[in-house]
Write a protein that binds this ligand. Structure first.
Ligand code: 13P
Ligand code: SF4
Length: 304
């Protein structure tokens, strides 16, 4: 069954001149199908550089929107339109405008986990892979607003020493990972290296050996001499880690954190998406242009 589906997807991919990309939290069969798998920063860069007519984006909505903002001439297909990110929906454009009005002159730094409308109102975007580097390069005399993730914001503050005003958003999946979950596993596996995603709360981050984006975790494991890793992030990453480094042992945080929105796209959805060209991401051109600037600044690594 799966083989027939995959064969048909391959045929349509060639017919449409399409490329399939997937986030590291996607279902294993989607990751295996994709031409490219990565974290938010890697997928943004890929979207900007790929030479194809159609991009099938397997992830959550803000990621597909980011691809469209950076590659307006491509058709970006998002197979399951309901797959959103609850954190991205924790701030609206109107709320950001009011936040900025309360802090005139401040730089608005926006996590890529945000809607196109919100990106259009901010000065620069960041991902979990580059947030500390980008914030530390901001002009030292300016106030900084950070949104929507208060946990990533708190971590960036602690790394850079830059005081920021944080919007109170958070990722419900990572918010559930507690320091106790990590301590329990560390006791059972004292030789393991603890990798924690910066969307976790600060008291959980305090238990980490390394704080990394999902792409950063893959690179770390590939280049590390350690053979055992405690993985404190959404469990979809385990598939890629095992596939790329099968000799290492991975201990998932228990109970395993799962983002339901990241599990909504199945092979059948990708096939339907390519057959019917569903669902193209559409962003009003004015919004797209304004949202492109902060993304381009991020890719350049600085605000000017
Ligand atoms: P990264 O893959 O960029 O680390 O982000 C994690 C995430 O929550 C994406 O929604
Ligand atoms: Fe959003 Fe968290 Fe799911 Fe990532 S893991 S898509 S931040 S809810």
């Amino acid at each position: 069954m799966d083989d027939t589906l995959k064969k048909r997807i391959e045929e349509l991919k060639h017919l449409r001149n399409a490329v399939i990309v997937a986030h590291n939290y996607q279902l294993p069969e989607i990751q295996d199908l994709a031409d490219f798998t990565g974290d938010s920063l890697e997928l943004s860069m890929k979207a900007a550089s790929l030479d194809c007519e159609v991009l099938v984006f397997c992830g959550v909505r803000f990621m597909a929107e980011t691809a469209k903002i950076l590659s307006p001439s491509k058709t970006v297909l998002f197979p399951v339109p309901e797959a959103g990110c609850p954190m991205a929906d924790m701030i609206t454009r109107e709320e950001l405008v009011a936040f900025k009005q309360e802090h005139p002159g401040a730089i608005a730094v926006c996590y890529v986990n945000s809607t196109a409308d919100v990106k259009a109102e901010c000065d620069i975007t960041v991902t979990s892979a580059n947030a500390a580097r980008i914030v530390s390069a901001l002009p030292p005399d300016r106030e900084i607003l950070f949104l929507p993730d208060k946990h990533l914001g708190a971590y960036v503050q602690s790394k850079t020493g830059r005081k920021m005003t944080l919007w109170p958003g958070y990722c419900p999946t990572h918010a559930r990972i507690t320091p106790k979950d990590i301590r329990r596993l560390r006791e059972a596996y004292p030789d393991a290296v603890v990798l924690v995603h910066p969307e976790c709360p600060m008291d959980t981050i305090a238990e980490a050996d390394e704080v990394l984006s999902t792409g950063g975790m893959c690179t770390y494991v590939r280049t590390s001499k350690a053979r055992r890793f405690i993985i404190a992030t959404e469990s979809g990453i385990l598939h890629r880690l095992k596939k790329e480094n099968p000799a290492a042992e991975y201990i998932p945080i228990s109970p395993q954190p799962i983002c339901p929105n990241m599990k909504r796209i199945h092979l059948e959805d990708v096939l339907r998406s390519l057959e019917r060209m569903e669902y193209p991401i559409q962003i009003p051109e004015g919004v797209r242009q304004r949202a492109e600037l902060p993304l381009r600044r991020m890719l350049a690594g600085r605000i000017e």
